[in-house]
Design a protein around this ligand. Structure first.
Ligand code: NAP
Length: 285
């Protein structure tokens, strides 16, 4: 029986997940197809219910449904209940289990691609949207000493800080203004600023003034791979990490939940980079 997985969201036409997940199935010799499941709100319940079929391994979930799928599944695993968002649904014998691999994928990317250990560090999170939520909970679990959250809409930063504070051993605060004191070991840009096709593709999100000279600056935006924020950080002499490693690591964790097979990370990176290069060559023509 050919197995099936896919990505549920809207829009999903440009998602990279089908590209690197299909490459991973192929590299591992699995007879499985990864599909794009463009989904309207009206068909979301039926789409999720279809994941219970025996041939279905599960699905990734993206904007705008990471919260809306929660009442449609049977159990929440990992940090998904605390984060309040599910990005991976796994079918186990007709029961649907929800996970959130965004935060763990982010921590894995820091560890594997930048040799950065979060434990005991002072972290600035710029942005307080859906991705920031998963990252903030994962930073707390990984033992950050202090997490400061700055967001354009202050109430959203305050809410996220309050939610994470209950889970963290360290201090979690929201900031009334972008930081000016260079005290942070890790600065994470989680807004859509700098994203191709986003609200401000050439902008540089606030936060870099808070970075110590030894800090790692991370932008979770992955299209383009080299963002204005990363370029600005490099001009300041900071070490940087882009968003592609987080994307691949969250996908690798999802792949392992779907299949029980160790994810072929290099194959997934190569497939995603080739697709990004193909798209930017197409855009340049
Ligand atoms: P979201 O829930 O819509 O949150 C968007 C965030 O960006 C909010 O903090 C929002 O602030 C801020 N923002 C948007 N436009 C802004 C502007 N013009 N000025 C200042 N702040 C602005 O989106 P999300 O799901 O968190 O995704 C955010 C970015 O992360 C996207 O580019 C997405 O592609 C990327 N991402 C990457 C990965 C990965 O694996 N690498 C995973 C998930 C997401 P307000 O609250 O004030 O509106």
């Amino acid at each position: 029986m050919k197995h099936l997985a896919g990505i549920i969201g809207s829009p999903v036409a440009h998602s990279l997940s089908p590209v690197f997940q299909q490459a991973a199935f192929g590299a591992c010799g699995l007879d499985a197809e990864y599909q794009r499941w463009e989904t309207t709100p009206a068909v979301l319940p039926a789409r999720v219910a279809s994941l219970r079929e025996a041939r279905c391994l599960g699905a990734n979930v993206t904007i705008p449904y990471k919260e809306q799928v929660i009442p449609l599944i049977d159990e929440l695993g990992g940090q998904s209940a605390r984060v309040g968002a599910v990005n991976t649904i796994v079918n186990r014998g007709g029961r649907l289990f929800g996970f959130n691999t965004d935060g763990p994928g982010f921590i894995a990317a820091l560890r594997d691609e930048a040799s950065f250990d979060v434990a005991g560090t002072d972290v600035l999170l710029s942005g307080a949207g859906g991705a920031a939520r998963g990252i903030a909970f994962a930073l707390a679990e990984a033992g950050a000493a202090r997490i400061a959250i700055w967001n354009r809409t202050a109430s959203r930063a305050a809410r996220l800080a309050a939610d994470v504070a209950g889970e963290a051993r360290g201090e979690v605060v929201s900031l009334p203004a972008p930081p000016s004191e260079a005290r942070y070991d890790l600065v994470v840009q989680t807004t859509s600023i700098g994203m191709e096709g986003g609200p401000d593709p050439t902008g540089v999100a606030a936060g870099l003034d808070g970075a110590r000279q030894s800090a790692l600056a991370v932008d979770i935006v992955y299209a383009p791979e080299d963002t204005p924020f990363l370029q600005a950080a490099r001009r300041r002499g900071l070490r940087t990490l882009g968003g592609l490693p987080m994307l691949i690591h969250q996908g690798a964790l999802a792949f392992e939940l779907f299949t029980g097979v160790h994810a072929p990370l290099e194959v997934m990176f190569d497939a995603a980079r080739q697709e990004l290069a193909r798209r930017s060559a197409g855009a340049a023509r």
